[in-house]
Design a protein around this ligand. Structure first.
Ligand code: PNS
Length: 177
């Protein structure tokens, strides 16, 4: 059976954690649709179009991965694209409650669709888009959190050319700009 998976999220911005889930999903499912949520209530750093461009560039080498966007209920989108499963990454216990609620709600709305959870790889378990944005905002190094093309776009958005946090500046009284 050809299994189609939807990997939905905000991806604001895409991180190495997201890419780890995409990479592993692409080995398990015949087709993976990375679905960028458009109608987020939260303010985003990047528009949906910008998030999609980044994801397309980052997943170019995967023949069975495509990038799309959706508005409204995720489960409606899953139905339209005739997918079988929703993939979500789980980093820590703290993710669990929200994911548990979402998976059950989606199952209630569409019993034929299952949510499949993948444990985020150990080295990515502390990474989140939120953390990456916070560090970038204060000029910190995000190279271990996001790919370089995302890093450059983040610093451009923030009007910074690159990380201003050099190892030597971290001494007593040093200002981290
Ligand atoms: O990356 P995120 O922010 O954790 O992704 C959350 C997302 C976008 C997958 C979730 O909020 C979602 O599915 N939103 C669409 C609206 C919807 O279907 N809500 C009901 C879920 S129970």
């Amino acid at each position: 059976m050809r299994t189609i998976a939807v990997y939905p999220g905000s991806f604001d911005p895409p991180t190495f954690g997201h890419l780890d889930i995409i990479d592993r999903s692409s080995r398990v499912f015949s087709r993976v649709i990375v679905a960028v949520a458009k109608n987020l209530r939260k303010d985003t750093m990047f528009s949906a179009a910008e998030r999609m461009v980044m994801l397309r560039k980052l997943t170019r080498s995967y023949p069975n991965v495509e990038v799309d966007s959706f508005r409204g209920l995720l489960i409606e989108y899953v139905r339209v694209v005739e997918a079988h499963v929703v993939v979500r990454g789980l980093r820590a216990i703290s993710d669990f409650e929200n994911e548990f609620q979402m998976a059950h709600m989606n199952k209630k709305l569409s019993p034929e669709v299952d949510t499949v959870f993948m444990m985020t790889g150990e080295r990515y378990s502390y990474i989140s888009s939120h953390i990456a944005k916070e560090i970038a905002r204060f000029g910190g190094k995000v190279d271990d959190l996001v790919p370089s093309l995302v890093r450059d776009r983040m610093f451009r958005k923030l009007g910074k050319r690159k990380s201003s946090m050099e190892p030597r500046t971290a001494g007593k009284g040093a200002k981290i700009r």
